[in-house]
Design a protein around this ligand. Structure first.
Ligand SMILES: NC(=O)c1ccc[n+]([C@@H]2O[C@H](COP(=O)([O-])OP(=O)(O)OC[C@H]3O[C@@H](n4cnc5c(N)ncnc54)[C@H](O)[C@@H]3O)[C@@H](O)[C@H]2O)c1
Length: 258
């Protein structure tokens, strides 16, 4: 119960890693504020959290809309007088060769992965500075560290998240706030499954063939479960990581060890 009664904000919690993280933090006794653009998925996450249900607050939120993000963060602070952990998780993936890559897909990647990360932190940082405590965790990716075929634009956003996180860690250190990222490898979530489906379609091969390629990238020969990434996020949120800031926790099954 290392995060018991901590006030935790998680974006993109209707699915995958965000959902698994919400469930884990709720089980650990945290007070959690979950949000997502997908309202139905968010309700499902809320229903999946059986224990500590009174301590779960859900709201629809599009992280690309700054006024809405600010209102959501302001409301959390007004309610509890503090924010202990901010998990900036909402993200999207779009794949394709550069010459065929639609501008609207590029804008979506930038708006959600980069601007959404900036907006979420922009809204919360004044409170972290005021309270002089807390921790911020962003979602980078294995794609921030290595190139992936068909992923040039996704890679660029995740490398951007990595740079943003390191620089923000410097700005927040004088305020006793740690800022770190996690870099998951291939993790079995709806995002990865849609990514593999699109890539298989574009390359004219089967889902299973692309899945095997992804599995072969890590040295463990399998995808991660979202719960395995959530455990890394939990570690960064606790005092067990008290000397970690500006760091990236790679949970990639050995992908970047090759
Ligand atoms: N699954 C992987 O293999 C993998 C690997 C590395 C990094 N990541 C990163 O982990 C994070 C979570 O990914 P996931 O695999 O759980 O994906 P997911 O698609 O299962 O979940 C992402 C969530 O973000 C939400 N979202 C999208 N746009 C939003 C917006 N504008 N405002 C608010 N919410 C929005 C989606 O509705 C969804 O619920 C992402 O940042 C992703 O880039 C995932």
């Amino acid at each position: 119960m290392r995060v018991k009664d901590k006030v935790v904000v998680i974006t993109g919690a209707a699915s995958g890693i965000g959902r698994a993280t919400a469930i884990l933090f709720a089980r650990e006794g945290a007070i959690i504020h979950i949000s997502d653009i997908d309202e139905a998925g968010l309700r499902e996450t809320r229903d999946l959290i059986k224990k500590g249900k009174d301590n779960v607050f859900a709201r629809r939120l599009d992280v690309t809309k700054f006024d809405d993000v600010k209102k959501a963060i302001d409301d959390v602070y007004k309610k509890h007088g503090r924010i202990d952990v901010l998990i900036v998780n909402a993200g999207v993936v779009r794949v394709g060769q550069i010459e065929d890559f639609p501008e609207e897909d590029y804008d979506l990647l930038i708006n959600v992965n980069l601007k959404g990360t900036f907006f979420t932190c922009k809204a919360a940082v004044p409170y972290f500075k005021k309270q002089k405590s807390g921790t911020i965790i962003t979602l980078a990716s294995v794609a921030a560290h290595i190139g992936q075929n068909n992923h040039a634009n996704y890679c660029s956003t995740k490398a951007g998240v990595l740079g943003f996180t390191k620089a923000l860690a410097l700005d927040m250190a004088p305020y006793n706030v740690r800022v770190n990222s996690v870099s998951p490898g291939a993790t079995d979530t709806p995002m990865l499954r849609s990514d593999v489906t699109k890539e298989a379609k574009q390359r004219g091969i089967s889902f299973e063939d692309v899945k095997k390629e992804f599995e072969g990238q890590g040295v463990m020969g399998r995808w991660a479960q979202a719960e395995e990434i959530a455990k890394g996020i939990l570690f960064l949120a606790t005092d067990d990581a008290s000397y970690m800031t500006g760091a990236d926790l790679r949970l990639d099954g050995g992908w970047t060890a090759r």
